[in-house]
Write a protein that binds this ligand. Structure first.
Ligand SMILES: [Zn+2]
Length: 407
């Protein structure tokens, strides 16, 4: 066994939508062809009347993180097989029952885009293992980038979303924000927000399925479960201190944990109920991972990794603050897998080391969907009763990674 190549991911996704599953699956060809002319596919899984809520699972955005499409293919194969055959699903020491599987598929729209950046994946698997970005070609007149090691051209798709994308304006000049205006950097944000076909495919799905309420972007590495926000620390008390208030331009992106503290005291607003739900669902995934294979993931806000702009999880969540008609979508990012001896093996472990990770993250995603389905049926009366334990400062600080190898 080894990682699925680009064509095999598409074949496996189409197989999940084969005639035997036609009553509850829909294969979608996404409208924006990649720079190298590939068409990406997504799968929607749902049976019965209109869904009450929806979970959107995204993978394969960063090219070198080879395991994410394999995780999502495993997820859709198990979910569709179990629904059709009225069985449960077991992954290592974690399982969900046949009744829970039926509840997920009949309550939710589950939309899965497993391979958002096929050009980059192909390049990483065949030419440059450390390639991270898409394959946008160099603009005319652009200086030649150093070759190899993941350098340019190309755009980091997960810095290209329309959330605080214009960081030189919106962030503090001193913010250690992980994005770049340099096309040769592996965290290059692109020439404009949502400039890339891969980004536009992701946003197209969220626009199309208004039932979607939760979003998870699957990445590696670090064994982290991240919830909103990623631009700065969270706060629940001042709604006017927010990403779309220009009064705070130049103040964002310095977390309190920065040595010397945060002179601007900017923090990003979210309602306390949302923060509680994010922590609860994050803890649900953490517990499923631990049950599956015994690994201990950290649950924390995304800024706990490093401050970001233009990322998918914050973009998904930000939409309803700008336009309440959009409906709220809580955003998460999973960083699967531990740090290993080499940076390359951390991003794409030897396949035998990837197998238990595929199982533990599949278990986490299934537990997440089951929990969202249950909440959609009967929202908790008192959300504060579901507050999980707080992450310790030690675990929040344990994942500082170098600029060369950001997940
Ligand atoms: Zn990544």
């Amino acid at each position: 066994m080894t990682y699925l190549n680009v064509a095999e991911v598409e074949t496996a996704l189409a197989l999940a939508a084969r005639p035997a599953n036609a009553g509850f699956t829909e294969l979608l060809a996404l409208p924006h062809r990649t720079w190298e002319g590939r068409t990406c596919s997504a799968l929607r899984v749902h049976a019965g009347p209109t869904a009450r809520a929806g979970v959107y699972l995204l993978g394969g955005v960063h090219a070198r993180e080879w395991g994410s499409p394999d995780i999502l293919i495993n997820f859709v194969r198990l979910l569709t097989d179990a629904f059709r055959t009225h069985t449960g699903i077991t992954q290592g020491g974690a399982s969900i029952s046949a009744a829970e599987v039926q509840n997920v598929v009949t309550s939710l729209d589950v939309v899965v885009l497993p391979q958002a950046n096929p050009d980059g994946r192909h390049h990483s698997m065949t030419v440059d293992p450390m390639w991270r970005k898409n394959r946008r070609p160099a603009d005319p007149g652009q200086a030649r980038c150093p070759s190899g090691g993941g350098k340019g051209p190309g755009v980091d798709v997960n810095r290209n979303y329309d959330f605080l994308w214009d960081y030189p304006t919106t962030f503090s000049p001193r913010a250690p924000v992980m994005t770049s205006t340099d096309p040769c950097e592996e965290i290059y944000r692109g020439p404009s927000a949502t400039s890339e076909p891969e980004t536009a495919n992701v946003t197209w799905l969220l626009d199309r399925y208004r039932s979607l309420t939760h979003f998870i972007d699957v990445h590696s590495f670090g064994e982290d479960i991240l919830y909103n926000w990623g631009d700065d620390d969270d706060q629940t008390t001042d709604p006017s201190m927010n990403f779309h208030n220009p009064a705070y331009d130049g103040a964002r992106g310095i977390p309190d944990s920065t040595p010397g503290g945060d002179p601007a005291k900017y923090r990003e607003f979210l309602p306390a109920a949302d923060l509680n739900e994010a922590k609860t669902l994050g803890t649900t995934m953490r517990d499923a991972i631990q049950a599956a294979r015994g690994r201990q993931y950290s649950v924390k806000s995304a800024v706990g990794l490093y401050p970001t702009s233009g990322t998918s999880d914050d973009w998904a969540y930000s939409r309803s603050f700008l336009d309440p008609a959009q409906g709220k979508v809580l955003g998460f990012t999973i960083e699967w897998g531990p740090q290993r001896a080499s940076i390359s093996k951390s991003f794409h472990p030897n396949y035998p080391d990837m197998v238990p990770i595929i199982e533990e993250i599949t278990a986490a995603l299934l537990a997440f969907c089951s929990s969202v389905a249950t909440r959609a049926a009967s929202p908790p009366a008192d959300q504060t009763a579901a507050m999980p334990r707080q992450e310790s400062p030690a675990s929040a600080a344990a994942d500082v990674s170098g600029r060369r190898g950001q997940p």
